[in-house]
Design a protein around this ligand. Sequence first.
Ligand SMILES: Cc1cc2nc3c(=O)[nH]c(=O)nc-3n(C[C@H](O)[C@H](O)[C@H](O)COP(=O)(O)OP(=O)(O)OC[C@H]3O[C@@H](n4cnc5c(N)ncnc54)[C@H](O)[C@@H]3O)c2cc1C
Length: 139
Amino acid sequence: MNRRSAGVLGELTQATRLTIWPIISQIADAYAGPRTALIAEAAHVVPPIGAQGLNMSLADLTTLVDLSRGDPGSEASLAAYARRRRPEAWARLMGIDALNRTSMAGARPLRDLRAAAIGTLYASGPVRRLLMRAGLGAV
Ligand SMILES: Cc1cc2nc3c(=O)[nH]c(=O)nc-3n(C[C@H](O)[C@H](O)[C@H](O)COP(=O)(O)OP(=O)(O)OC[C@H]3O[C@@H](n4cnc5c(N)ncnc54)[C@H](O)[C@@H]3O)c2cc1C
């Protein structure tokens, strides 16, 4: 990791024990209940391949705050939060899940196809920037 990060953050050292993480996609059936909002990984789990989990978690929080009408735990606030966030998280989860599945494909033609598709997307500046903005939650 030190070699690959080229020291941009200084010398990296191990802070916690190494663990194995299941690479799964999950989304809660309901994002809200009586005076309860599910946020972050309690609401959605995505493979780290898209580097989206934390972004999605922060978007949950800002949406909950932005849409809360005085009382964030009120039925109206929680319903507005669930209506806004769950479909957005679901769409993102589906995209990341598809990307993850293609990255796990073992067959050579599939891997070549994936590399060609990613290469095509990357080669187009406007598409690349659009995807980056989507990843940051800016579109
Ligand atoms: C390998 C990996 C790479 C990732 N890379 C990225 C990335 O590049 N970009 C990105 O945006 N996101 C990434 N994520 C996702 C991101 O880490 C999570 O989406 C985010 O941390 C979720 O926040 P959270 O608060 O829901 O959960 P967590 O950050 O997991 O926090 C939950 C906390 O609750 C504590 N806890 C658990 N049980 C109990 C209990 N019973 N009592 C008290 N405390 C408890 C835990 O110790 C932990 O501190 C990655 C995740 C993984 C696993």
